[in-house]
Design a protein around this ligand. Sequence first.
Ligand SMILES: Cc1cc2nc3c(=O)[nH]c(=O)nc-3n(C[C@H](O)[C@H](O)[C@H](O)COP(=O)(O)OP(=O)(O)OC[C@H]3O[C@@H](n4cnc5c(N)ncnc54)[C@H](O)[C@@H]3O)c2cc1C
Length: 470
Amino acid sequence: MVVGDASLDIDTLVIGAGPGGYVAAIRAAQLGQKVLIVDKSELGGVCLNRGCIPSKALIAAAHQYESAQHGEAFGVTAENVKVDFAKTQEFKNSVVKKMTSGVTSLMKGNKIEVFNGECMFISDTEARVFNDHESPRYRFKHCIIATGSRPIELKPFPFGGRILSSTEALELPEIPKSMIVIGGGYIGAELGQMYSKFGTKVTIIEGMDTVLPGFDKDMTRLVAKNMAKTGIEIVTNAKAESAVQNDKEVTVKYSVGGEAKEVTAEYLLVTVGRRPNTDGELGLDLIGLELDERGLVKVDHQGRTNIPNIFAIGDIVPGLALAHKASYEGKIAAEAIAGHKSVVDYKVIPAVVFTDPECSSVGLTEKEAKDKGYKVKSGKFPFAGNGRAVSLNNAEGFVRIVANEENNLVLGAQIVGIEASNLIAELGLAIEMGATLEDIALTIHAHPTLGEIVMEAAELVEGHPIHVLK
Ligand SMILES: Cc1cc2nc3c(=O)[nH]c(=O)nc-3n(C[C@H](O)[C@H](O)[C@H](O)COP(=O)(O)OP(=O)(O)OC[C@H]3O[C@@H](n4cnc5c(N)ncnc54)[C@H](O)[C@@H]3O)c2cc1C
């Protein structure tokens, strides 16, 4: 470390340019702060480069392939439908490039200084940033740490060769013939189903009794049913124990109810969660930043750490590890630094999974609402009762609304079905605004749209549905 060299002065140092960091940097710049953002990798973080965006581009391509093959119901048939996976990867890379260059332009347009390199604290007001060419030292008034997370690596399944993390799974040059996925959470379920749609024989090994264990059973049942259609084998209540690989395949030993089993495939994808990037060279221990037992940074309702001028956001703080949560926290932290009274309110954080069918959830589930002591009423309106869903030949699923029986306030919602990812936004807004079932039911929704299902679900919970019998 070089000491005694001049420090450059900035108002706000943002470490990490993922959806938490780059959004925080923009908001801080909008509020008049002189901002430096540092990232040792690409702008956009995991989300744009190795997460949300590339996975959704590949999932879109898999859907396209499936629709091209299965248009019979519409009277559309096609022969010799082929996938050129190198082109699919090119498409995905081009999407990533468009999005990350967008972030570059936003940094430039907001006059945010960008440093491509690693960051290390010297004290609670100074940091050194360095790459192969330079290592300037910055003095900052405030800092927002947004260093994100990385895939958890389990001892029996070290990444390398035929054992992949989600990062390598997004980069495969060819469609694998077979793949084992350990962990049927949202990343494993999305990537496993994507490859299955491309023709890979997929086996998911999951420790709980269902894939997507965070969602209600009546939702995950539909996902599992659809996964079976493309031949995915889901092994639940299973414990993966070891893996042996050679240059062609990998064999995983696992047990179900004490019975030993094994499965062999071309690749093993391990998606068992993510670990916060709060260790390593960053020097959080040097400045005395407090972490919890899982290595997450302890923060208050503005994202402030135990060091008053240092904030933390995104995957390194407690809560769901999701991009939109990171961005939300980034805006709050930047506003808090500017002296605003902004605080986080986690009542409405949607969770969305891009499986087929998609799943989404916001606010409380029926069980959570009851556990919190609410008198609950709820109901689910089926996609099958909606003209748009039927005309898309995709009418499986439902919208469920959970409401407070005493005053009809919307407490939560869960959706499984086509476009569940987009439909959940209206229900998030309803909870955020304190809307009642009547507010949704009385809002005229255009016909024929999937949005009508939300309106009809509200009517159903009120007791007067039109397009299903009571
Ligand atoms: C396959 C996959 C699919 C996903 N899909 C979704 C989805 O559909 N929806 C969703 O909401 N979320 C999704 N996620 C999760 C989402 O990507 C993360 O929640 C989100 O990226 C977290 O944002 P962040 O800003 O906290 O950190 P990150 O995006 O992880 O960014 C952190 C940045 O910090 C940089 N950094 C770390 N340490 C240092 C250092 N010392 N110096 C300088 N720079 C440093 C890293 O290089 C990185 O660029 C997905 C994740 C994966 C892996």
